[in-house]
Design a protein. Structure first.
Length: 451
């Protein structure tokens, strides 16, 4: 980094940031209370509340949201007449998946090869630390020139919409002139990026039943309808031969006009095995940012170990459908439900249950806040121009905030670049990215206040 005083301050604070991220990562704050203790999420929320109070935030509160989780709120008053900026992150994390696949324990922040490994290190506990670093750097260099509201969500990964509904019920709470969502990421390490679009998402459980109970496959197999095979056929109908998503009535031929994603680089980032082809058609950017994508997230069926020679009476799956900006998620949900029902074979009984959804998002990149962020990133990343990219993931809160505060500018930045491997085993964060983005956010707040 340069000799910029803000940058120097952030660099000096990195050891403290690592210690705090170590504490925060240690909480097993998965908002699935059937599998992880609620106390872990509550402890993480209290840690953040204490951190906000220590920084001088007022009205710090644990908000009990309608989905049974807690979000953390606080307000740091700025000068009289100053603009208000809302900073967002979330403290809940994805489950660690196969803990045996982690090189080091998922809830112990561990440095390896210049990166910090641990669940939530990038997505999005690192985002909490990024916000704190930016504010501390400003306080040490003349003060925070805007009023800052911070909201840290407790169930973003579950898609259960608790904070969205709470915000709708308390519309004044999160009102701001600009909103910085710290839950996105650079296109790659060292390339400053704002995310200008997000795909929306709907999740649906589908269940297929064919028999009153399981049957002996030798006695009945060949004529008795197999629910698991029926479910497999239903799921297979969601993809064309080339792997493209095919939901009846849902268009899938849009094109991405911005930053492109080199196919060879994508294969490397996604760790595609040698000889295995990518799925879909069009450019990689088309496929992951501009078109719908279906994923089978899980199937309930007998495991291989211990399976008996039986015709299965019932089976179910959890299906995710990502939809690009311009496609209404409610309509896409209806199309997915109708498709699943229409493609169930043999007259099998099929039922569907939607368990979460969020609309797609598209930002106004011509707004003054984007100019302020571009200038800030040019300092934090010398010689690099800020880029605009899409993101295949969903942050449902974005559209809720856009609807509640239509005049607010919304920017998406964060630590989830490809090497971070968020949601996978061995998630990590680059401390250099944490440093640069904290500097960028601090300078953005200063630029925005002066604009």
């Amino acid at each position: 980094m340069s000799s910029n005083p803000v940058a120097e301050t952030v660099a000096s604070l990195l050891p403290r940031a690592r210690a705090e991220l170590t504490e925060l990562v240690a909480f097993k704050s998965v908002a699935d209370f059937d599998r992880f203790p609620r106390s872990e999420s509550e402890a993480a929320a209290n840690w953040i509340a204490d951190a906000l109070r220590a920084e001088g935030f007022q009205d710090v509160a644990l908000l009990d949201t309608p989905d049974g989780t807690q979000s953390v709120y606080g307000c740091l008053p700025g000068p009289v007449g100053a603009r208000t900026v809302l900073l967002y992150a979330h403290y809940d994390v994805q489950p660690p998946l196969d803990e045996a696949g982690w090189t080091t324990p998922p809830f112990e922040l561990t440095e390896r090869d210049g990166r910090w490994y641990g669940r939530g290190s990038a997505d999005c506990k690192g985002g909490v630390i990024m916000h704190l670093l930016a504010l501390r750097a400003l306080k040490a260099n003349g003060g925070v020139p805007v009023t800052v509201k911070m909201i840290v969500e407790g169930s973003e990964e579950q898609g259960t919409g608790g904070l969205e509904r709470y915000a709708e019920q308390h519309p004044d709470l999160l009102a701001a002139d600009t909103i910085v969502i710290g839950d996105a990421g650079n296109f790659r390490v060292g390339q400053p990026t704002v995310t200008s679009t997000l795909r929306g998402m709907t999740m649906m459980r589908v269940r297929v039943d064919t028999l009153a109970g399981d049957l002996h496959s030798g006695q009945f197999g060949g004529a008795a309808p197999d629910a698991l095979s029926a479910l497999i056929r239903v799921l297979d109908s969601l993809r064309a031969e080339d792997g493209s998503t095919t939901v009846d009535g849902l268009t899938g031929d849009a094109h991405w006009e911005g930053l492109q994603y080199d196919e060879a680089q994508f294969r490397q980032d996604a760790k595609v095995l040698e000889g295995v082809g990518l799925i879909g058609s069009g450019t990689v950017a088309d496929r992951i940012w501009a078109r719908p994508a279906v994923t089978v997230l899980g199937i309930d069926c007998p495991p291989v170990v211990g399976a008996t020679p039986s015709v299965q009476a019932g089976a179910r799956a959890l299906v995710s459908l990502r939809v690009p900006p311009g496609v209404d998620v409610a309509e896409a949900t209806k199309l997915l439900q109708a498709h699943l029902e229409a493609h169930t074979p043999w007259g099998a009984r099929v039922s569907t249950e939607q368990i979460g959804q969020g609309q797609a998002f598209s930002a106004d990149t011509t707004s003054p806040a984007y100019a302020a962020m571009a200038d800030a990133m040019a300092v934090a990343y010398p010689g690099q121009d800020m880029q605009y990219a899409g993101q295949g993931g969903s942050i449902p809160l974005c559209n809720t905030l856009a609807a509640l505060y239509p005049q607010a500018e919304i920017l998406l930045i964060g630590l989830s670049e490809p090497e971070a491997q968020i949601h996978a085993v061995n998630e990590s964060v680059s401390p250099e990215e944490l440093e640069r983005l904290s500097v960028a956010e601090a300078l953005f707040l200063r630029n925005y206040a002066a604009g």
